[in-house]
Design a protein around this ligand. Structure first.
Ligand SMILES: C[S@@+](CC[C@H](N)C(=O)[O-])C[C@H]1O[C@@H](n2cnc3c(N)ncnc32)[C@H](O)[C@@H]1O
Length: 297
């Protein structure tokens, strides 16, 4: 198992924007390896409470170890943030001061080949954050009709070559199932027109993104979860969301806009904040980050 470090993205901007005070009650809806949570704990002090959620049981165990010194301030739950209302009501908490959603996968998941998220290391085609439920990338790739696969790659990967890739996957699986991340990468490479320069990003990046989004129902969870998050904020409470691609960011933008129109949210920044050049250079994952912040009225 790789011991990876996940560098929290735009950490200073997140902490400043959430307006945290000593004693604040906060939710980290995407706990990961607790990088942002550790910074939040410092701000909220011994009187504060941090509720940390992650739908990945393995990563939750890792973050429990990292947060071992903060037992009194932390409540950690294996949960999807789309169930934030249920978690808070089980804890008899009506409303909170701040919420962070740092979307997508953590470097920990990417670096452990056996989780099947990585393009760079070979592993089983899984991609489930919550390994206890749902269908895996293997199931989708080996059973969906060509048209549906193509549509998934088009919509969730914004993949220009979606039809060619879907056709190649279906051709390949007719002789043997695609079992590994390498099998899938090879299918994508075979599908693409030859003689192009694919150096900027790995040619299978969009295919992997599309499948991961569908496997984890990422956009549905964001739509349902963000709505619930805004509803459990105290007046004056803040929410920060870091998105890593335009599909996610559009959902955040539209939900915030609808709550603003309804007189329930103020936007703290009109346009999403972007990482500094320095951060983007030091942490490649940060390059595509967009941070939106809003305050409950
Ligand atoms: C980008 S990482 C968060 C990294 C974290 N901020 C840190 O500093 O270590 C996203 C984490 O959220 C989890 N996650 C993604 N979608 C989720 C969801 N809908 N509900 C709960 N956890 C989710 C992933 O399993 C992953 O561990």
């Amino acid at each position: 198992m790789a011991e990876s470090i996940h560098i929290p993205v735009m950490c200073n901007e997140v902490i400043e924007s959430l307006n945290l005070k000593q004693g604040s009650v906060v939710v980290d809806g995407t706990l990961g390896l607790a990088g942002h949570s550790l910074a939040m704990l410092e701000r909220i002090g011994a009187e504060g409470k941090l509720i940390g959620l992650d739908c990945d049981a393995e990563i939750l165990e890792k973050s429990k170890e990292r947060l071992a010194g903060f037992d009194k301030q932390c409540i950690l739950r294996h949960s999807n943030y789309a169930d934030i209302d249920k978690v808070l009501s089980s804890l008899k908490i009506d409303a909170v001061d701040a919420i962070l959603l740092d979307l997508g996968v953590s470097s920990y998941q990417l670096d452990n080949a056996y989780r099947g998220f990585s393009l760079k290391q070979n592993g089983p085609l899984d991609m489930r954050m919550n390994q206890g439920e749902g269908v895996s990338a293997f199931d989708l790739v080996n059973s969906l009709p060509e048209k549906e696969l193509s549509q998934i790659l088009k919509v969730f990967g914004e993949e220009k070559w979606h039809m060619r890739i879907a056709r190649q996957i279906v051709k390949q699986r007719s002789s043997a199932a695609l079992r590994t991340t390498e099998d899938l990468s090879i299918a994508v490479l075979k599908a693409l027109p030859s003689g192009r320069n694919w150096q900027r990003i790995h040619p299978a990046t969009r295919t992997f993104q599309a499948l991961r989004i569908v496997v984890n129902k990422e956009l549905e969870k964001l739509t349902v979860g963000l709505d619930k998050c805004v509803n459990v904020l105290k007046p004056g409470g803040r929410i920060a969301v870091i998105a890593f691609h335009s599909l996610e960011d559009r959902i955040v933008k539209n939900i915030f806009r609808d709550f603003k129109k309804a007189g329930q949210l103020n936007l703290i920044v009109k346009k999403p904040l972007r990482p500094t050049e320095e951060e983007a250079k030091e942490n490649l994952r940060a390059r595509s980050a967009r941070l939106r912040i809003a305050e409950r009225i």
